[in-house]
Design a protein around this ligand. Structure first.
Ligand code: FMN
Length: 514
């Protein structure tokens, strides 16, 4: 039996200033003004993307005790930005990263339920645990917990928010003018949750939202992180975007689902991906080279090297050879607030690999860092990139991609105008949204009976006014959720891609979108 052609899921990541985005490029705009967020969101919606994604940065990252000028210099608050974007978009999903280590379930549940109402059912929550005590110093409550305890807190935090979301069934508001009765029951929203981390009870004050609960994303990559995703998430934001590495991750995480009574279509794998487009593959390759030179200045190359070496290397020439001294294998103290340093689990072995590569190819420090960090995922003409994306998805290396443009806010425009139509022609990407909610865009099955919103929502709590643009109103309409995912009547007629799919995992790559 032939495998059905999978539909590709696409999202746009607004990463902020860092060493993926190039703030020094003349085409770059503000990373904090609303017009930039609105531009990217409108482009993503015009292209029928599933959602816009925001990461969360809770503290300015440091290296050698200083803020690092090509790294993230700040991120505005996630809920504020997503709520504003809800007002200028109609269908695009709105995914926000919010950590479970320093927050409280009641507050986070209120915020996501509110966002889901304001957007007409488009909210998603990327549940992260955050990784270090340095980040936690900003918070005097919650503090820093060891890895296992952070995931345990994440698990019970998520359960507590589910208790809160489900404390409203959705049929409690009748707003009967004749009798003057607003609620069917005085105890609507009553909840109780008691465990080692939370001891809370009361009445939740946001009625059931259109999706019932936000779509749940997860991003951690450890054993604990993967188990957490397999047990509870609807999608994973991963860093495994190559064919081999992507397939391994995909098989690993989807293979963990049965023990939680879940099936592969209940968890989407969406790696971050960068792209460089050109009229021809050769043009794109040359452009990609220039982008890498912008992304990895001499100063940035030394900073990256220091993260592995765990030493001050500021005296080294980025255009010269790698240091003769070995990395300091102790606890990494030079870079603070970065997740990527945790990827260098064996710095001496990685340094040996880098030295061998540099010697073999006669690479300077900067050339080596360009080679081993943050390679672009898709490089080529629009046709090449469309084929590569579809091929990776059909090969179960992912279910789609969260695209990280290197220019803010216009970096997605060309992709929307050139690659998306080709994906649509191939029958692997939607030409119009199937429904109003993000859950529908992602092809996720409805929430289970006991947690799903009722088929009829009273208009009095509908999230949009009568004047609002159509159509996300669910009030008074029957649910149309159950729909098979990944099924397409249109066969994929494309031939297998031969270029631009990185075939091997390569060395650990700092995740500059974090
Ligand atoms: C692809 C990816 C993206 C992440 N994005 C964020 C983020 O935006 N904000 C954050 O605080 N943590 C982020 N994290 C960190 C995770 O929440 C987690 O704290 C960290 O990776 C440690 O967990 P792990 O050992 O399971 O990977 C991200 C992790 C990965 C792998």
């Amino acid at each position: 039996m032939t495998k059905p052609v999978k539909q590709v899921h696409l999202a746009a990541h607004f990463p902020g200033v860092n060493n993926t985005t190039v703030w020094s490029d003349p085409r770059s705009g503000s990373h904090i003004e609303f017009s930039s967020f609105a531009h990217l969101a409108r482009t993503a919606e015009r292209a029928k993307f599933d959602f816009l994604f925001l990461a969360e940065g809770l503290r300015l990252r440091e290296q050698n005790g200083e803020i690092y000028d090509l790294d993230v210099v700040g991120r505005p608050d996630t809920f504020t930005v997503l709520a504003a974007l809800a007002a200028v978009t109609d269908r695009l999903g709105l995914a926000g990263t919010i950590n479970s280590t320093f927050n409280e379930p009641y507050e986070v549940a209120r915020q996501f339920a509110s966002l889901d109402h304001l957007s007409g059912g488009r909210a998603a929550w990327n549940v992260v645990t955050s990784w270090d005590a340095f980040t936690g110093e900003n918070f005097r409550r919650g503090g820093f917990l060891p890895q296992h305890a952070r995931y345990e807190r994440a698990r019970t935090f998520l359960q507590a928010t589910w208790d809160l979301f489900d404390s409203w069934r959705g049929d409690e508001i009748i707003a009967d003018q004749a009798s003057g009765q607003f609620l069917t029951e005085a105890k609507a929203g009553a909840f109780e949750h008691h465990d080692a981390h939370f001891d809370i009870s009361g009445q939740f004050n946001v009625p059931r939202s259109p999706q019932g609960r936000p779509v749940i994303f997860q991003a951690g990559d450890s054993e604990e992180g993967r188990e957490f995703a397999a047990s509870s998430a609807d999608a994973i934001f991963s860093r495994h975007g190559t064919l081999a590495e992507g397939q391994a991750f995909y098989a690993d995480v989807k293979g963990r689902l049965p023990k939680y009574g879940r099936t592969p279509d209940q968890l989407l794998i969406l790696p971050a991906a960068t792209f460089v487009l050109g009229d021809t593959d050769a043009d794109a390759a040359e452009l990609a080279r220039q982008v890498r030179l912008q992304q990895v200045s001499g100063q940035t190359a030394i900073k990256f090297l220091e993260q592995l070496w765990n030493r001050d290397l500021s005296g080294y020439d980025p255009d010269g050879p790698l240091p003769d001294i070995d990395p300091d294998p102790g606890e990494n103290t030079i870079a603070r607030g970065r997740a990527s340093v945790r990827m260098y689990r064996d710095p001496l072995a990685t340094a040996a690999q880098w030295r061998a590569k540099a010697a073999e190819r006669r690479l300077s420090i900067r050339e080596l860092i360009i080679e081993v960090t943050g390679r672009q995922t898709f490089v080529g003409s629009p046709a090449t990139v469309a084929e590569a994306i579809s091929t990776l998805v059909q090969a179960d290396a992912s279910d789609g991609f969260i695209l990280v443009p290197h220019i803010t806010p216009g970096g997605l425009d060309e992709f929307a105008d050139t690659v998306v139509p080709l994906l649509q022609e191939r029958g692997v990407f939607r030409s119009g949204y199937e429904g109003p909610t993000l859950r529908e865009h992602l092809g996720l099955a409805p929430l289970k009976e006991e947690t799903s919103p009722p088929s009829r929502l009273p208009c009095s709590i509908s999230s949009r006014s009568a004047q609002a643009p159509p159509p996300p109103r669910r009030c008074g309409t029957a649910s149309t959720w159950p729909r098979p995912r990944n099924a397409s009547a249109t066969p994929d007629t494309g031939s297998p891609s031969t270029i631009s799919i990185p075939a091997s995992p390569g060395p650990p790559r700092p995740s500059s979108w974090l």
